[in-house]
Design a protein. Sequence first.
Length: 399
Amino acid sequence: MLSQRRILLIVSGGIAAYKAPVLVRELIKRGAEVRVVITSKAERFVAPSALEVLSRHPVYEDLFHRDAEFPVLHVGLAEWADLILVAPATANILGRAAQGLADDLATTLLLCARVPIVAAPAMEEHMLLHEAVQSNAETLQARGWHWMEPEVGELASGASGAGRMVEPEDIAVRLDALLNLGDLAGLRVLVTAGPTLEDIDPVRFIGNRSTGKMGFALAQRARARGAEVALVAGPTHLPTPSGVERIDVRSAAEMQRAVEQRFAEVDVAILAAAVADYRVAHFSDEKIKRGDGGRTIQLVENPDIAAALGARKEGQTLVLFAMETDGGIESAREKLTRKGGDLIALNNLREEGAGFAVDTNVLTLIDRSGKEVHLPKMSKSDAADQILDWVHTERAIGA
């Protein structure tokens, strides 16, 4: 329950703002104390007076509110809250928050906040999927914001698609779980993410299409749940999750060294990186010139990082990943056993929503006992929490 929790609700100017009174009621029903900040555009969709009656507190819009209960309103509200919820979170407020703008009460207090911030986006599907909105979402999540993936359903335009705000009751349930997290506090977690690149000459390399989004989501969620997190990242442009130690590497050999240096000091290792299986036998110091006919490049196997960790683990929990282009269940089971892992997360490159450079994943989790859990398509952040839930249970059983 949300008993004695202080939740600051920011209502921004989307049609879903009409659900704000129901949301306030749901939060209070679970024992929370709620204060509301409303943007000027949100007033077109919901009456501040209704929110005042339901919350039993003044509703604030103006940064310089004359009768504010705090001497400096944006500072006081940010310090009062245990959690800040932005619902609905429009493309506008997400963009302003990502840029660090402070041009009204809502964005100003967001810059003052030192508590969890949760966004429940609501907008048309084309807006949600626009690269600018996706970039802003990634930026905010990397700073530690929690993201409630919008649902698929009827939108304000009458079209059906992704972008519908999570229903108020579901938001309240998720906030209850979030505020009672910290379940990974005390754990030291090592995560690998992104591709590795194997240089052929000063210009060319062997690589893959991994962007690192799954690994970065794991690092961000583990940190949000209280763990101490080290992230070993191959080349990627993703921002470092707030509070996470980041170690940048390029090749499989560099990743191996970084991981092995830290493995003995951690409780959990989650190997989400797409490590190249091969490297060139002979690196050319000079650019290889075009010649007559074809050219053969000799490849040699890279070290198997997962197998090496599995062979030397002493009480650590080892989580592996497997990407296949067919079903892959038996292959994943064999990989888990051969490499000494405790859990393997399998996804299929050909399945919609589970490939490279997307914000969702479709995973099958297989543990060392053979148990399978098939997860539906969900955001990579939610998928990360599913894996971390398993880790938490596993560590609790083994304690």
